[in-house]
Ligand binder design. Sequence first.
Ligand SMILES: Cc1cc2nc3c(=O)[nH]c(=O)nc-3n(C[C@H](O)[C@H](O)[C@H](O)COP(=O)(O)OP(=O)(O)OC[C@H]3O[C@@H](n4cnc5c(N)ncnc54)[C@H](O)[C@@H]3O)c2cc1C
Length: 567
Amino acid sequence: MQSVDGDTAQVPPQMAEELGLPCITYVTDAEFKNNRFEFTRIISGGSQVVAARNPPAIITVAKYEYPLFATFAKTRWANETEVIRWASADIKATHIGVSGSKTSVIRVFPPGKSTRKCRQLSDVKSLAKALVESFKSGNGESGQGADDQRSRYVLPGRRASLLDRSFEGTKKEQEDYEFLADKLKELSITESSRINDAIKEKILTASRERFHKKALEDMINGFKLTEPTFKGEVWVVAEHSDGVVHPATFELVGKARNLADSLETKVGVCLAGYQVEPMTKELIAAGADNIYVIDDKLLDVFDPTAHRKAVADAIRTYWPQIVLYAATPQGRMLAPMVSYRVGCGLTADCTGLDIRDGSRTGLIGILLQTRPALGGNVMATIRTKNSKSQMATARPGVMKRIPPDPSRKGKVIKHKVELSEDDVSLEIIKTELGTGDVNFNAEVIVSGGKGMQSRDNYELLVDLLCAALSKKLDTRIERGASRAAVEQGFTERAHQVGQTGTSIGPKLYVALGISGAIQHMIGVANTETIIAINSDPNAPIFKQCDYYIVGTVEDTVPQLVEALEES
Ligand SMILES: Cc1cc2nc3c(=O)[nH]c(=O)nc-3n(C[C@H](O)[C@H](O)[C@H](O)COP(=O)(O)OP(=O)(O)OC[C@H]3O[C@@H](n4cnc5c(N)ncnc54)[C@H](O)[C@@H]3O)c2cc1C
């Protein structure tokens, strides 16, 4: 079963990598056909039917809707059956537990409060008013969700004073350093070489057991460190299909530019595929310095093991210090396989990436990877350990793409990897991608979910509201949908909004009969005002929107249209 969090979602692809088996993730359907299993799985912008070339394969399931009720007889049989238990020693696991992990949690903290208003309205007249006023007062700026790229890290060697360690990783470290720096300033000491035993004693006495001798030694040694712990470029592994780069890749290139500038290094993009060179220009304009092109017919469509081999080979050759992947279905499968193959830690599903020091622990310019944990109830900041490269997947729609600059210059570096048919693990039987004339740059988007109940309802109610809003607000309105609505056949896939659909950022987003699943809400995080109509008073979307009304779409939408016409 597909896990809900990023940590455990890494496990199946890594197990597949360890066992040398094909891996098929985000499976929504399985059918036994032509003497083999064919699996339908979620991919960016659509779905795909695949079969493993050499079964068995490791499968993760995106949803399972059949009730799993055991019969009485089967329950008795299960009770009598011996359960085989394996401990880590039985499977001869060498890297296990905290010491075996290639990442460590530095900080756990509560998630920031939603900046959405979450205001319940009791009648459609108030809702109509809220719709019109939010649209008119909108300033075109994106809502919450965007990673803040303004705070730029500066390498210690570039800081005004070597004692400036205000960038320390944890709050305690930072406070300790500030205390030490203040004491040294009071004693007019600007260089660590001038700190002798007498000075150390003075500081220890003044610290009143804030830290002990060993900690002070470590911190003083930390002052001497100026060179980054990791060396190499900041890389993005590009995702693309049919010659088009995925928007999340551009967002990551923007973030990589920010990180690389802080670390005074270059941005590299690893572009594996077939006849991919035309995409290099756009990637350079988006902020990349070097594009590592791995061009092979066997990489024409995404195959997990073939692409893993190509990307892992390039990483082992050039050893970038940071590798970023989009947390799309493809990136979430590829990243764990590559990280496992090259022996590096990986943090999945990051919503924040920053460079900081941990000079007390001898670390300069390391990547702090922040992500929601425990179902989003807490945030965790994680760092990589025992690895040559720091790896992370980042949620689409969180990092910001920088405006393209076509005058930017970059280098295309061709990297050859020996691939054969044996490296391809999946047969792709059918791919369905959204197509159609959809303009998600519209200022207002009205989306329908599974709660619309039928295609007729979707067409009638969404169109009715779009027409009324278009007249009232004098702007073009686009129709959107949740993935569930698309899968129910209410509308075409091109209208799908969300993680595997399109990420949008209109002034106004109206969600009709949509529950507010994380994969949907990721795609609307940059919206200015979100308005929801849902019959369930406990619908999760109510905690992630600005205004909402509890009611069925069948009753509420026609009344809202009337209220808009009258207002
Ligand atoms: C890898 C992966 C990627 C995904 N990508 C996306 C994506 O890009 N976009 C996306 O949307 N989802 C995506 N999903 C699916 C996502 O997890 C949810 O399943 C989906 O968003 C649910 O759609 P929904 O809210 O329309 O349906 P449901 O969750 O079934 O919610 C329907 C809502 O309608 C309400 N309702 C029912 N009847 C009425 C009525 N008469 N009037 C008003 N309200 C009513 C219900 O109370 C409920 O809240 C993805 C999932 C995975 C695993």
